[in-house]
Each structure stands twice: as structure tokens, then as C-alpha cells.
Design a protein around this ligand. Structure first.
Ligand code: OOG
Ligand code: MG
Length: 260
């Protein structure tokens, strides 16, 4: 792996720390970046964070719904990692001045009771392996100007991961039909975006299966006990100071985020 990728990982990490937008890396630094190369840069970025003492909390899928693929103008699901410093507890305030141009999106989280190792993992195997599901708000904050990126750019940037609020309403997956669950994303009491679990690749558990199968290509697996995000159900909405964001998921529960 080249020194150049390490430099790019530092460049991305620095943009996050300095809260400064950067030009997408495929526009000048790496015009021919492949998906595989992009995951190599992401890996370097993760190692830099770990060297700083940050710890991975769990993986996240991204770009798993039609709404997101259209909004970002890309074609395929991707994965990245949520770190401990990104996690806000229920009711904790999100500080805008720590971030660049954050957006909120509604997600369904999973916790598995045993590891899942691809290839060939199916939706049924994910449901069988799932201990808990819960509502979540993911706060994405692309380091790129105006969230303007190609698939390799956003993979290298750890899929815009920035903050997350995991809801405390947890359920067994058998207690609801995750695909039929209605989802609302509200700002200050007004529904701004809505959908259903099925918006995520037909069934959110299938996103976790895809994650296991994608990780297998790099010799990795989905681990038990970690909270895993299955990807946004609706499009993401830009945040402003003073916003109260609420996500409700039918049969599952709700989660709030307060922005300062
Ligand atoms: C990339 C992150 C996408 C999701 O749930 O679709 C993502 C982005 O839109 O900036 O986390
Ligand atoms: Mg997301």
C-alpha cells in the first residue's frame, strides 16, 4: 500500500478534525481510484483514528435505499465504521460547531448474537442471528464540498460517518415486521421525510447480509454484540442550530436529537 494512500487518509482525517471542506480526491489526487483502493484508504484512515486512541463501535452500511442513491447520484451500497467518539446518547446535544455541514437520516440498527461470515449470507440468516433491533439517527458530515463525491471518494471518507444517536427502544426482530415498519423523520415537530423499512434493499436485514458478504471480500466478518447501522431509509436532511430531530419507526420506537 502506497505512502500516497496514507497521505490521503491523513488529508481526510485532517479535514474532519479541522472541520474544513475539501475537494473530492478523485478530482485531483486520485482520478482513477477504484473501489478496492478506496477501501484501502478507508483502512488507513481507521488505523490513524485507532492510533489516536479511538475505538470502533460497529460497522455501518450506506447508500442502501433508492432515496439515498438518487440523492447522492451513485449506484452501490458501501460500508464504513462508527467510532466511540461519534456516539451521542439519547437526549445529548449535537454541537454544530464541531462539524462541517451535518445532515440527519433515519436508520434501523441491529445487534447480532453471533458473528456472520460471508460469502453467501442471506436475509434469513441475519434475522436468525439478530438479537436486537433499535431506531437510530445517523449524522453524516461528508468532508467533501457540498457532499459532492463519487463512490470511491465517499468510501475513502469512511462513508461520511460523523455522529450517531442510538435509540434505547430495543426489540427482538420477531416482534415486528421490519420491512413494513413505517418511518418518519421530523424536524421541530414537522414530518420532513418518510418511508418504510423495505426502502432499505427490500428489507433492512438484507443490508446486513450484504455487509457480511462485502466484508468477506476483505477477509472480515460482522461481529456479534456491536451496534450495526443498516443504512438510511429516507434522504438525509441538513441540520441547523436549534433543530429538534425525531425519528419514529412503527413497532420499534423513537429517538431524538437536539442541535445546538
Ligand atoms: C454517504 C453516507 C450514506 C447512508 O445511510 O446512506 C449513509 C453520504 O450520503 O454522505 O450513511
Ligand atoms: Mg447512514
Amino acid at each position: 500500500m502506497s505512502q500516497q494512500y496514507l497521505d490521503t487518509a491523513k488529508f481526510l482525517y485532517n479535514a474532519e478534525k479541522e472541520k474544513k471542506e475539501i475537494k473530492k480526491i478523485t478530482s485531483d489526487k486520485h482520478p482513477d481510484l477504484t473501489i478496492e483502493d478506496a477501501y484501502d484508504i478507508q483502512r488507513q484512515l481507521i488505523e490513524l483514528k485507532e492510533a489516536d486512541g479511538h475505538k470502533i463501535v460497529g460497522p455501518k452500511m450506506g447508500l442502501t435505499s433508492e432515496a439515498k442513491l438518487k440523492q447522492m447520484n451513485v449506484e452501490n451500497p458501501i460500508y464504513g465504521y462508527v467510532f466511540d467518539y461519534m456516539v451521542l446518547s439519547h437526549g445529548e446535544t449535537l454541537h454544530m460547531d464541531e462539524l462541517i455541514h451535518p445532515k440527519a437520516e433515519p436508520e434501523i440498527g441491529f445487534i447480532l448474537k453471533h458473528d456472520l461470515e460471508g460469502p453467501g449470507i442471506t436475509t434469513v440468516q441475519v434475522l436468525e442471528a439478530t438479537e436486537w433491533v433499535f431506531p437510530a439517527i445517523e449524522i453524516i458530515d461528508s468532508r467533501y464540498e457540498n457532499f459532492n463525491f463519487t463512490l470511491p471518494d465517499v468510501i475513502a471518507d469512511n462513508t461520511s460517518a460523523s455522529r450517531v444517536i442510538f435509540g434505547s427502544d430495543i426489540k427482538k426482530p420477531s416482534e415486528l415486521e421490519l420491512d413494513l415498519a413505517g418511518v418518519t423523520l421530523s424536524f421541530n415537530g414537522k414530518v420532513e421525510s418518510l418511508g418504510a423499512g423495505a426502502a432499505v434493499l427490500g428489507h433492512p436485514a438484507y443490508a446486513i447480509a450484504r455487509l457480511a458478504n462485502m466484508l468477506a471480500e476483505r477477509g472480515e466478518k460482522v461481529k456479534s454484540g456491536q451496534p450495526i447501522l443498516s443504512g438510511a431509509i429516507t434522504q438525509a436532511m441538513l441540520l441547523s442550530k436549534g433543530d429538534h430531530v425525531n425519528v419514529k419507526i412503527g413497532g420499534l420506537g423513537e429517538v431524538d436529537c437536539f442541535v445546538k
